[in-house]
Design a protein around this ligand. Structure first.
Ligand SMILES: Cc1cc2nc3c(=O)[nH]c(=O)nc-3n(C[C@H](O)[C@H](O)[C@H](O)COP(=O)(O)OP(=O)(O)OC[C@H]3O[C@@H](n4cnc5c(N)ncnc54)[C@H](O)[C@@H]3O)c2cc1C
Length: 474
């Protein structure tokens, strides 16, 4: 397994294809480093707090591998991933980002087997060779699923410009050439590999768009246009929350050659749809860990500011804290239920229960803004109007600022200041906006979970129950 230092060293050696604020930049650019620090936490497999969670045994080689490179072979594997995700997301302020690689690998392990069995093309063997390489090198994978999609009412083959969904433009003896762009690719500039998956169900006319493959993130023809976000940098009031951040890329594939060995689906429209849905299932299962962590952070901040404001025992405060607990723990519980009722696919990979997974992610998505609303309510207006940290550097100003930030007299002025600066980061920074949008749309907008739930739920079984209770026998 790699260390965080080895991971960074590899990023530093990669070809420059990351565009940021109008320039080509190195992957260790200061605005990208907060995201790199997040991923670095996943390499701390010997951390006693992560014992039994951070490492796993590869079913391919029997070697110990990083959990984020592992295929779930048991229900305990799914539970371990969920718990690890929650722990690491708490530590890094809300998102561990490396989940999407493991989610993509697990979905591919299932669907390449189905496709191989149906077509006689060696998709699953190719995938297993790739997985072995991925595990042995302890790689970080980005899942590039979301196409830019153009006119949302039209399928890939119906778009005015066929490149609005990533597609195969050439098939050759040695591989394929792909063109198009994927949007919102978290960890794009600090991953080793981009794993490309289809984003939706496909019709028979969409064969050229039914493609899954992996390329190194700096492959020839790949261009990343990135946005970086992190809480406001601190000059002297250092705090863990300000060390971490994220980047997302618009990843352009400008006629990128992909050798067959790295192509996992090519033209199989039915399996493309299954792969899209299954990645979403694994990713929504990860959300039952990470969104529970976001709820933990919001709840912790809400309880702390209520205590600092001296209103912790007020009944309306207790009610609001109870609401926050109900959201976070129910989301997590849905993930636990999905883990323990998981079923093996033909590849042996465990698939979390799709209904529990989707109701968990749905519950998180529709409640996230309400959670932030409660935090805003309990925090008051100061997170929005807190004077910049630099004002405290001047002892004359600090004298007034410390005096007038005081609330509960048993809490020091510095801790009051620290608490409100955290709240400012959680509620008023650009990072906070991204967290909120990600809370709604990441892993699929709430409507997508509703569609998954209603299309797969066993309504007939429920109607049979109603008929039984009503005494309807014919
Ligand atoms: C911070 C963040 C990080 C992300 N990271 C990744 C990542 O690493 N990899 C990745 O692949 N994706 C990632 N995503 C993408 C995420 O999965 C998508 O944002 C989500 O699936 C919604 O897609 P969209 O943004 O294109 O919105 P749209 O699809 O444009 O949705 C906007 C609205 O239009 C509606 N709509 C869309 N299509 C239709 C239709 N045909 N009929 C009716 N209504 C429709 C939707 O329901 C929604 O209400 C990330 C998103 C965020 C916010």
């Amino acid at each position: 397994m790699r260390t965080a230092e080895e991971y960074l060293a590899k990023l530093r050696g990669m070809r420059r294809n990351v565009h940021y604020r109008g320039e080509l930049v190195d992957r260790d650019h200061p605005d990208i480093m907060p995201g790199i620090r997040v991923i670095s936490e996943t390499f701390k497999v010997d951390d006693p707090a992560l014992k039994g969670l951070a490492a796993a045994t590869s079913h391919l080689t029997g070697e110990t591998v990083n959990r984020f490179c592992h295929i779930h072979c048991t229900t305990d594997d799914l539970l371990a991933k969920q718990k690890l995700t929650r722990l690491l997301c708490r530590r890094t302020g809300g998102c561990i980002q490396r989940c999407m690689g493991i989610d993509a690998l697990n979905a591919l392990s299932v669907v390449t087997k189905l496709a191989q069995d149906a077509t006689d093309i060696d998709y699953h063997e190719r995938f297993n060779r790739y997985l072995r390489y991925f595990q042995e090198n302890d790689l970080v994978g980005n899942a590039a699923q979301t196409d830019v999609k153009g006119d949302r009412s039209k399928r890939p083959s119906e778009q005015a410009d066929p490149d609005l969904y990533v597609r195969v433009v050439e098939r050759g003896r040695d591989g394929i050439v792909v063109r198009g762009a994927k949007a919102h690719n978290t960890i794009g500039p600090y991953c080793d590999e981009i794993i490309v998956l289809p984003t939706r169900l496909m019709t028979p006319n969409d064969a050229d768009w039914s493609v899954a493959f992996a390329v190194p993130a700096d492959a020839e023809g790949v261009h990343q246009y990135i946005r970086a976000t992190h809480p406001r940098p601190r000059s002297f009031l250092k705090a863990p929350v300000a060390e971490f951040g994220a980047c997302d890329s618009l990843t352009v594939f400008d006629d990128v050659f992909v050798p067959w060995e790295r192509v996992f689906l090519c033209g199989e429209t039915v399996f493309a749809g299954q792969l899209a849905a299954l990645f979403a299932t694994y990713h929504r299962h990860s959300y039952t860990g990470c969104k529970a962590a976001v709820s933990d952070i919001v709840l912790g901040a809400a309880a702390l500011v209520a205590e600092y404001n001296g209103v912790a025992k007020a009944p309306h405060v207790r009610d609001k804290l109870a609401e926050l607990i109900a959201v976070g723990e129910l989301v997590f519980a849905a993930g636990v239920a999905a883990s323990v009722t998981a079923q093996p696919a033909s590849s042996g990979t465990m698939v979390p229960d799709i209904i529990f997974t989707n109701v968990g992610r749905y519950h998180a998505g529709v409640n996230v803004m309400h959670e932030f609303e409660i935090l805003i309510d309990l925090a008051g207006g100061l997170p929005a109007t807190l004077p910049p940290e630099e004002e405290w550097a001047n002892p004359e100003s600090a004298r007034f600022l410390d005096k007038y930030i005081m609330r509960n007299p048993s809490v020091s002025a510095e801790n009051q200041h620290r608490c409100f600066r955290l709240l400012s980061d959680l509620l008023c920074s650009s990072n906070s906006g991204v967290m909120q949008v990600a809370g709604v749309h990441g892993g699929g907008s709430p409507i997508m979970e509703r569609i998954a739930i209603t299309s797969l739920y066993d309504f007939e079984e429920k109607k049979a129950l109603a008929r039984y209770l009503a005494g309807i026998t014919s």
